[in-house]
Design a protein around this ligand. Structure first.
Ligand SMILES: C[S@@+](CC[C@H](N)C(=O)[O-])C[C@H]1O[C@@H](n2cnc3c(N)ncnc32)[C@H](O)[C@@H]1O
Length: 354
């Protein structure tokens, strides 16, 4: 039997468990958690889900340009630290490092920060040449981050934090819990979340709801406080606070490339994600001294920042199969209803204004 279910059975016999606690156990139990497993759940074949990085290098190539622009804005510092929390297999870092050249490449030091053991092994392979040249290194999640100049960037980090769904039933707040009979919505006090939800809406309708991520403030502070100056950029699932409230956000389970709401099944063997509240994320970053905060759909961000004319010309020189792969990568990132329309990119700046 699934070891996490055994653990939960004895706990649930004593009372309902909030969905956020189930998600924490399912993803981060030190031995059986989905992100603490020894085998990798990513990719296309026989795996649970793929990310923008499985589609090709274009996200990393566009990010590389945003990082280089940040380096210029900072006055071309000798060392530009690019910290990636939740770096997984290190593919985004690899794609960035492959895309840069010249003085910027000499300045950039990439730091992979993620305790996921299966991902770490994949990252050691993906980053091998850069590790040898001291252009990349690993950092454990509990390693203090010294103040630095450069950038913090992430892909699908915040949607992997344990999160609690709340719903307004017309008279009071309910939260999703796991009981011995299965998941239920039970009346409860949303405490701190209540003030946030009500500040984001003029009037709640029954079944409006949202996600409250308890760990968000601490993680934002841990990552943004050491950034002395530079760019904070994050790519993630999610919406603005008012849209989340109207949508009634839930937890999602990814398993074998299908997605559903069965967050309490196959614990430790399926990925669980929650929408990120981009309004709250931006507010927390503002509290950490970031400015110029904005976020947009990934598809728009690519169309805004990728040098499409230049790519088009360069791709003409590629062999057919590679040109086709790049074109598909671009379409997935930019067409409506494809991956690029399901993600948002948030950018913020720390340090002196232009
Ligand atoms: C959905 S995966 C994304 C991996 C990778 N960025 C990608 O796009 O393929 C989320 C990752 O975040 C990591 N993670 C969760 N909390 C973290 C934290 N506080 N610091 C660093 N990594 C964290 C998990 O271990 C997991 O590998």
């Amino acid at each position: 039997m699934n070891p996490l279910n055994v653990l939960l059975q004895s706990r649930v016999a004593q009372g309902p468990i909030p969905a956020a606690e189930v998600m924490a156990l399912a993803l981060y139990h030190p031995e059986h958690g989905y992100y603490r497993r020894q085998t990798s759940p990513w990719g296309f074949d026989g795996k649970d889900y793929y990310t923008a990085l499985d589609l090709g290098p274009l996200l990393g190539q566009t990010l590389a340009l945003r990082l280089e622009a940040a380096w210029e804005r900072l006055g071309r510092p000798v060392t530009f630290t690019a910290l990636e929390p939740g770096a997984g297999r290190g593919w985004l870092g690899r794609d960035v490092l492959n895309a840069i050249s010249g003085p910027f490449a000499e300045a950039l030091v990439y730091i992979h920060r993620d305790d996921n053991p299966a991902a770490r092994r994949a990252a050691e392979a993906a980053l091998a040449p850069f590790l040898t040249e001291n252009r990349a290194r690993f950092s454990a999640e509990n390693e203090p981050i010294e103040p630095f100049v450069g950038a913090v960037f992430s892909n699908e980090l915040f949607d992997a934090l344990p999160a609690q769904p709340w719903r307004w039933d017309g008279e009071g707040w309910t939260r999703e819990v796991l009981t011995a009979g299965g998941p239920e919505w039970q009346a409860a006090d949303p405490a701190e979340a209540r003030a946030w939800f009500s500040s984001q809406t003029d009037g709640l309708q029954a079944r409006d709801g949202s996600i409250w991520c308890e760990a968000l403030p601490n993680l934002v502070q841990e990552l943004a406080a050491p950034l002395a100056a530079g760019l904070f950029l994050t790519v993630d699932y999610g919406e603005t606070a008012d849209r989340l409230l109207a949508k009634g956000a839930d937890l999602r389970r990814f398993k074998a490339h299908s997605v559903d709401g069965k967050w309490h099944e196959d614990l430790g063997e399926a990925d669980l994600t929650a929408d990120v509240d981009f309004t709250r994320l931006a507010t927390l970053l503002e509290d950490e001294g970031l400015s110029d905060l904005s976020h947009m759909e990934l598809s728009k961000w690519i169309r805004t920042h990728a040098p499409l004319d230049q790519w088009g010309a360069e791709w003409m020189a590629l062999p057919d199969a590679e040109r086709k792969a790049r074109t598909e990568n671009l379409l997935q990132l930019t067409l409506p209803n494809m991956l690029g329309s399901r993600f948002r990119v948030l950018e913020g700046w720390k340090g002196k204004k232009d």
